[in-house]
Ligand binder design. Structure first.
Ligand code: ATP
Length: 595
C-alpha cells in the first residue's frame, strides 16, 4: 500500500512538473464545475415556482420575474457548458504536455539502459507495459483525484439539498450505488492481473502484425507465400488474448446489470416519495423538480466519486509498471574510483574474460586473454557462433563480463564512464543501422558533435567507395535515403553497408571495430578497401571480424576463436605454418578459387 501511495505522489509530481500552469488551471476549472450545476438546479426550482405562480394568478399576471429567471438560468447553463468546453480544452492541452514529457522520460531511460536488457523477454514485457501506460496514466491519476474531490463536494451539496426533503433519500443515494462500486474494485484486480499475464502474448500478436504489415518482411511474405500462415498465427494469438478478456468483461457486464437494478429501485422509491409529497401539497412543483434533479445529479456525482476512487485503485495497479521501467537500474556505470581518459596511449588487455548470455547455460566467452597494442590491426576469426561479435560488445563495454577484466591503458574499463569510454570506439556492427535520413546525416551520425562536418563526410564517403553515388543523387548528400518518406531514394544493401562504413570512419575514435564490414560489398569495392586498409584506418587500432581470409591475412595479429575460447593466435604466416584451424579454414576457402 505504501508503495502505491508513493507511486501516486510520484505521478502527481510528474504531472505538475510537465505543465504546472495548465495543471493549476485544470484544478480551478474542475472546482468551478462542481458549483455551477447546483446553482442551476436552485434557479430552475425558482423559475418553475415563478411560472406556477404566474399561471395561477390568471390573466394579466406579470411575466417580468419569469423572464429574469429564464435569463439567469440560460446564462448559468451557458456558463456551465462554456466552462465544461474550456475544461476539455485545458485537459487536452495538459495531457499533450504530459505525454511529451513522459515519452521524454521513457526514451531517455531506454537509451541509457544496459544493452543486456534487450536480450531478456521480461525487459520487452516491462517496456511494452510502460509505453502503454506512461503517456496517459499519471494524468488519469490527477484527473481521478480532482474528480474525486469535485464529486465529493458536489455530492455533499446535493445530499444537503435532499436532506431538506428527508435524510433517508440522501442515504438511499449512497446505498444503491454500493454494488456498482464493489464491482469496479473487484474487477480492477482481475483485469490488471489478466493484462499483465497477457503481455507476452500481446507482444506476440504485435509481432505477427508487424510481419504482415512491415516493410522488411514484405518480400519474403510474398515470395514464400506465407502471408496466410501468419494471418492464422496472428488470429490465434489475437483471439487467445481477446476471448479471455471478453469472458471477464461478460461476467462484469452481468453483475453490472444486477447493480443497475439496485439503482432503479432507488429511483423508484424516490419518485414515489416525491410524487406523493407533491400531490399532498407538501412540495411545490419547483421543489419537486429541484429534488428530482438533485437526486439524479447526486446519482451522477456518486458514480463519479466512487468511479474516480475505483479509477485511482486501478491507476495504482497500472502506474507501477511505468515506475518499474523508469526505476530499472543500469549496472554499466563508472565504478569508483573513476578514471578520466581522453585518448588511447598504449594497449588494451583482456584478462581471463568469461561471459554467458542470460538464459544460456553455456559460456559464450570462456576464459579469454589477449593483448591489443595501440596501432595494431587485429583480426578475429572463427566459425559461426564462436563468440566474435559478443567479444567486441564486451570490449566496447556494451556488456560487462561475468568474470575477468578488460584493461584500457592499464585501467579497468569498469572504472571509466561508459559514455566517455565509448567515444574512444567506432564500430560497424554486423547488423548495422539504416537511418531513413539524408545521406550526409547518415554519415554525420558517426559523430553528431562534429561541427565542421561537410568535407569530412565526403572524405569518409570516398574512403568507403560511396561518394560518387551520393554526389549524383537528385539532391546530392541532402537526398533522403531509404523508402519510408517522400522524395527518398532506396539504396542497395551493399550501398547501405558502405554508408555504415563511412559513418564509422567519420568518427575520430582511436579504436575501430569492423564486424563483417564487407559482407555485402562487390569484389571491386572490397578489394579497393582492403588493399588500402592501413591508409583508410590512418593508424587507428583496428579489430576486424571477417570470414574472408584474404582480408584477414593483412592483420598484424589474428585471433582464432572457437566455441568461445582462443584456439590460436599469430600472424597469417605463423598460423599457416602451424597447420591448425586457421590453416584448415584458409585452405578450404582458397581451394575453391584455385580449382
Ligand atoms: P557469426 O560468425 O555467426 O557472426 P559470432 O562468432 O559473431 O558468429 P556471436 O554472435 O558472438 O557469434 O554468438 C556467440 C554465441 O552466443 C552463439 O552461439 C549465439 O547463439 C549466442 N548468442 C548470441 N547472441 C545471443 C543472445 N542475444 N542471447 C543468447 N545467446 C546469444
Amino acid at each position: 500500500m505504501s508503495r502505491k501511495i508513493k507511486y501516486f505522489r510520484e505521478s502527481i509530481k510528474l504531472v505538475w512538473k510537465s505543465a504546472p500552469g495548465w495543471t493549476f488551471t485544470n484544478i480551478v476549472i474542475s472546482v468551478l464545475r462542481s458549483f455551477l450545476p447546483l446553482l442551476l438546479i436552485w434557479l430552475l426550482k425558482d423559475l418553475i415556482d415563478e411560472i406556477t405562480r404566474a399561471s395561477t394568478a390568471g390573466p394579466g399576471a406579470s411575466y417580468n420575474n419569469v423572464i429574469w429567471y429564464i435569463v439567469a438560468v440560460v446564462v448559468l447553463w451557458f456558463l456551465d457548458e462554456a466552462v465544461s468546453d474550456l475544461g476539455n480544452f485545458i485537459r487536452k492541452k495538459q495531457s499533450m504536455k504530459l505525454e511529451a514529457y513522459m515519452y521524454g522520460l521513457l526514451h531517455a531511460k531506454a537509451i541509457k539502459l544496459d544493452l543486456i536488457n534487450f536480450e531478456k523477454p521480461e525487459y520487452f514485457d516491462c517496456l511494452a507495459r510502460a509505453s502503454r501506460e506512461a503517456p496517459w496514466r499519471p494524468n488519469n491519476i490527477l484527473n481521478n483525484v480532482i474528480s474525486m474531490f469535485r464529486g465529493l463536494l458536489s455530492l455533499i451539496l446535493m445530499a444537503g439539498v435532499l436532506t431538506f426533503l428527508h435524510w433517508t433519500l440522501a442515504l438511499l443515494l449512497l446505498v444503491v450505488n454500493i454494488p456498482g462500486i464493489w464491482l469496479r474494485f473487484s474487477f480492477a484486480d482481475l483485469l490488471y492481473n489478466f493484462q499483465r499475464k497477457q503481455t507476452p502474448e500481446a507482444r506476440k500478436t504485435a509481432y505477427f502484425n508487424w510481419l504482415l504489415t512491415g516493410d522488411r518482411p514484405s518480400r519474403e511474405i510474398r515470395l514464400f507465400g506465407i502471408g496466410k500462415y501468419f494471418i492464422s498465427l496472428f488470429n490465434r494469438s489475437f483471439l487467445k488474448t481477446k476471448e479471455e478478456e471478453i469472458k471477464i468483461i461478460r461476467k462484469r457486464t452481468f453483475i453490472e446489470f444486477i447493480s443497475d437494478i439496485f439503482k432503479a429501485a432507488g429511483v423508484l422509491i424516490t419518485l414515489i416519495f416525491i410524487a406523493r409529497k407533491t400531490i399532498s401539497g407538501s412540495l411545490t412543483l419547483g421543489q419537486m423538480a429541484m429534488f428530482l434533479l438533485a437526486f439524479r445529479q447526486g446519482m451522477v456525482y456518486i458514480k463519479d466519486l466512487f468511479g474516480s476512487l475505483a479509477g485511482l485503485y486501478e491507476d495504482s495497479l497500472y502506474i507501477g509498471d511505468t515506475f518499474e521501467f523508469l526505476n530499472l537500474k543500469e549496472t554499466i556505470v563508472a565504478n569508483p574510483p573513476v578514471v578520466e581518459l581522453s585518448d588511447f596511449r598504449k594497449n588494451i588487455l583482456v584478462d581471463n574474460l568469461s561471459f554467458t548470455y542470460p538464459g544460456n547455460t553455456e559460456k559464450t566467452i570462456n576464459n579469454i586473454s589477449f593483448e591489443i597494442k595501440k596501432g595494431e590491426i587485429i583480426a578475429l576469426v572463427g566459425p559461426n557462433g564462436a563468440g566474435k561479435s559478443t567479444l567486441v560488445r564486451i570490449l566496447s563495454r556494451l556488456y560487462d563480463p561475468d568474470s575477468g577484466i578488460v584493461k584500457f591503458d592499464g585501467n579497468d574499463i569498469k572504472n571509466i564512464d561508459p559514455e566517455k569510454y565509448r567515444k574512444l570506439f567506432s564500430v560497424v556492427f554486423q547488423d548495422f543501422m539504416l537511418y531513413n535520413l539524408d545521406a550526409g546525416e547518415n554519415i554525420r551520425l558517426g559523430d553528431i558533435d562534429e561541427e565542421k562536418a561537410d568535407e569530412k563526410i565526403k572524405l569518409s564517403a570516398s574512403e568507403s567507395g560511396i561518394h560518387d553515388l551520393l554526389n549524383n543523387l537528385p539532391n546530392g548528400y541532402s537526398t533522403v535515403i531509404g523508402n519510408l518518406f517522400d522524395d527518398s531514394r532506396e539504396l542497395s544493401w551493399g550501398e547501405w553497408q558502405k554508408i555504415a562504413l563511412a559513418r564509422a570512419l567519420f568518427r575520430d575514435a582511436p579504436v575501430l571495430i569492423l564486424d563483417e564490414p564487407s559482407s555485402a560489398l562487390d569484389a571491386d569495392t572490397e578489394y579497393d578497401i582492403f588493399s588500402r586498409f592501413r591508409e583508410i584506418v590512418k593508424g587507428r587500432t583496428s579489430i576486424l571480424i571477417s570470414h574472408r581470409f584474404t582480408n584477414v591475412s593483412l592483420a598484424d595479429k589474428i585471433i582464432v576463436l572457437d566455441k568461445g575460447a582462443i584456439a590460436e593466435t599469430g600472424t597469417h604466416d605463423e598460423l599457416m605454418k602451424k597447420k591448425g584451424i586457421y590453416f584448415t579454414m584458409y585452405t578450404k576457402q582458397s581451394s575453391r578459387f584455385e580449382k
